[in-house]
Design a protein around this ligand. Structure first.
Ligand code: CU
Length: 138
C-alpha cells in the first residue's frame, strides 16, 4: 500500500502553507527588531529607584525624557545595580535592564504627547516609585 497521488498533493499543500506562514512571520519579526540606521541612540540607565537618560551630546535627564515626534530612537538599556525593566506601556515597549549587559530596543513615536515610563521588574522597596515621564515634542 503506497501513497496515492492525492495524499502527496495534500502533503505538498500543507508543507507549502507551513513554509509560507513561517517565512512571513520571520519577515515581520525582522522588520520589528531591525533598528533603523538613522536612529538616535539614548542610553537608559536604571538604578534603585530612578531612571537617567543620556543623549548623544552628553546631556542627561533624570526622571524625564524628551524626544521628537517622527524620529527613530535606539535605547541602550543598562542597570547600575539590580535587574530592572524599562517599560513604556503606551508603546508596548519593554526591555530588561541587566547589570553588565546592554540591551537594545527602538521606537519611533509619530505623535506628540506625554507618556508613562515605569519599571516592570520588582527591584526593591521603592520599585513602585520608579517612574519617569516620556515627553514627545512636535
Ligand atoms: Cu525597578
Amino acid at each position: 500500500m503506497g501513497h496515492t497521488i492525492y495524499e502527496w498533493v495534500y502533503i505538498g499543500v500543507v508543507v507549502g502553507i507551513l513554509i509560507w506562514v513561517g517565512a512571513d512571520s520571520w519577515l515581520v519579526e525582522k522588520h520589528l527588531e531591525e533598528i533603523p540606521e538613522e536612529a538616535t541612540t539614548i542610553r537608559v540607565v536604571a538604578q534603585q529607584w530612578f531612571w537617567t537618560f543620556e543623549h548623544p551630546d552628553g546631556t542627561k535627564e533624570v526622571g524625564e525624557l524628551h524626544v521628537k515626534a517622527g524620529k527613530a530612537y535606539r535605547f541602550e538599556v543598562v542597570s547600575k545595580d539590580v535587574i530592572h525593566s524599562f517599560n513604556v506601556p503606551y508603546f508596548v515597549m519593554t526591555m530588561d535592564a541587566v547589570p553588565g549587559r546592554v540591551n537594545k530596543i527602538w521606537f519611533a513615536p509619530a505623535e506628540p504627547g506625554e507618556f508613562l515610563i515605569q519599571c516592570r521588574e520588582y527591584c526593591g522597596l521603592l520599585h513602585y516609585q520608579m517612574r519617569a515621564k516620556l515627553i514627545v515634542e512636535a
